[in-house]
Ligand binder design. Sequence first.
Ligand code: NAP
Length: 309
Amino acid sequence: MNTNYDIIIIGAGPAGLTAAIYACRARLNTLLIEKASVGGQVIITEKIENYPGFPEGINGFELIENMRKQAESFGMVTVADEISAITVNGSTKTITASSGNTYNTKAIVITTGANFRKLNIPGEIELTGKGVSYCATCDGPFFRNKDVVVIGGGDSAIEEAIFLTRFAKKVTVIHRRAELRAAKILQERMFSNPKIVFIGDTVPLSITGTQKVESIKVKNVKTNTEQTLETSGVFIFVGTDPNTAFLKNTLTLDEQGYIITDENLQTSAEGIFAAGDCRKKPFRQVITACGEGATAVFSAEKYVENHSA
Ligand code: NAP
């Protein structure tokens, strides 16, 4: 296998696939490395209604499949490998995978995205897959005519709570503050949905159940009152953590592990760029991830041109 590339893209979510489209069209010798399968978090999103060009909205899996086909039509080559380290030796970067494979490249675009954050409360890990879930699209249909609880107050929590009302009898949204972080349009839909009950200023303490989830204990942070809610499911949407652990000795990350870049999306290492949810930024959307994938390749292309013999 050729292991000398112009550009290697790490991660195949919306940012990585857009980067691949732009890099292949620029006729750079490109490789996309993904540890599992193409997609990222977006493939478990039932409906994306703010990605321009789809007035009826589009299913996350379908959108990603379209991006993959588009990138492949321009010659995208992918390999499955999990990256464990990057070493920089002037204009040559060496990427080492846990498989033992190494890849040399002039430029790198990191698009490793982010993963679901855990609550770290008793019962969460033990009951994952037994009523505790991080994916409404995957597990919602198991809760037909049952009561479920959603934890979180961001776009994901509210969007997924609304989606869960297709199946559940009642959806209780528990959020640690009174004000929601989610977009106003989602809040309007949530508050007008008769199947959703909102409990603010409340944090989850523990999830209990023997074979499967039976209840969740919560505490009102204003009154310190604790209560136990009977429920069949607990859906957790409390944000994400970046997939950047393998970079902590190579790049400057912020205190939460997000990659710090300049306006050209260059990281603290010359020739290494970052795009999408793994990057420190104020707004994480599919559309912004795609835009950054294109910008990162634009910058990487200039870097490759300036460092070619
Ligand atoms: P998010 O916006 O970071 O929201 C996380 C929510 O969980 C917040 O309400 C937060 O409370 C709460 N939370 C965090 N840690 C918690 C803890 N330990 N215990 C209890 N609650 C906790 O995350 P997200 O909703 O997953 O969204 C991630 C990004 O994707 C965002 O940029 C979002 O806009 C974007 N997104 C967009 C769409 C869309 O446009 N359709 C859909 C989904 C996601 P506080 O509010 O108090 O911090």
